[in-house]
Design a protein around this ligand. Structure first.
Ligand code: NAD
Length: 260
């Protein structure tokens, strides 16, 4: 595939993105807007989504897009998001299921059930609900049918004091592999990214504490965090035809952290 077709293949395609009010989701949404895509972004923070698209609307007020007040942990909310996207633009071509939250740092036995449920409901069940409603919508509308889920390095290895997040992100890896196999005959591709520490609002407050920052950085061979922009290329690769023979895989983007 030529570089040119990589740059143009998202033009006028309908791309759903969750968690696009900031961080990684915002950077991916903006890259897709740059590539001419029609984006449908769902997030509990719709003001942040307005900010994500604002520079593009300033250039062209008629720019097609949809912002949806979404809670990925709610079946009716996710179904509403998918239905609204199909009603607005007639089909769904691509999806980036990226919304997520961290858990508070605690030993497993100190995690109460409410916090466990909250993290698993948003980080894992949220991805299940997105897949459950997106895949039939992609098939029924004749969309391109390519999905990327955001897992984490914590979906591939263990760590201390992050049980609920680690469990949920391993679940995202499992959901990715299962969905890829269930729908391989329908030519739907499903892959995941597993970022390492990335400088986004999610972790900014934890990194502000020098006592936490030093030990976190010392685990990274590249000795720096990822910028959210550095996660964009792998996502676009997995969405694009450049990865047409790749499905059910997890791409780790972590500066070498999980290699050591
Ligand atoms: N930042 C990192 O170091 C890192 C590392 C590995 C994986 N990740 C994953 O990347 C994804 C994006 O995180 P980020 O770092 O850009 O952080 P972020 O906090 O900037 O983005 C997360 C987004 O999800 C949204 N969100 C939270 N709960 C939601 C819900 N119930 N329904 C809908 N939207 C909801 C937030 O409003 C926010 O816009 C997450 O899944 C996160 O687990 C982040």
């Amino acid at each position: 595939m030529s570089q040119n077709s990589l740059a143009t293949q998202f033009t006028d395609k309908v791309v759903l993105i969750t968690g696009a009010a900031g961080g990684i989701g915002r950077e991916v949404a903006r890259a897709l807007l740059d590539a001419g895509a029609i984006i449908c972004i769902g997030d509990i923070n719709t003001d942040g989504c307005d900010e994500t698209v604002r520079p593009f609307l300033e250039k062209d007020k008629s720019r097609k897009h949809l912002i949806y007040s979404l809670n990925v942990a709610s079946s009716s909310s996710v179904k509403g998001f998918i239905d609204a996207s199909v009603a607005a633009f007639g089909r769904i071509d691509y999806a980036f299921n990226n919304a997520g939250i961290l858990c508070s740092p605690k030993l497993l036995a100190d995690v109460d059930e409410d916090e466990y449920d909250r993290v698993v409901d948003i980080d894992m069940k949220g991805v299940f609900l997105c897949l459950k409603y997106q895949i039939p919508a992609m098939i029924n509308t004749g969309g391109k049918g390519v999905i990327v889920n955001t897992a984490s390095t914590h979906g591939t290895v263990g760590d201390k004091l992050a049980m609920a997040y680690i469990a949920a992100k391993h679940g995202v890896v499992g959901l990715t592999r299962a969905a890829a196999m269930d729908y391989v005959d329908q030519k739907i591709r499903v892959n995941a990214i597993a970022p390492g520490l990335t400088l986004t609002p999610m972790i900014a407050s934890r990194l502000a504490d020098p006592e936490l920052r030093g030990p976190l950085l010392s685990k990274i061979p590249m000795q720096r965090l990822a910028a959210p922009e550095e996660i964009v290329g792998p996502v676009l690769y997995l969405l694009s035809d450049a990865s047409s023979y790749v499905t059910g895989q997890v791409m780790v983007i972590d500066g070498g952290t999980t290699v050591m």
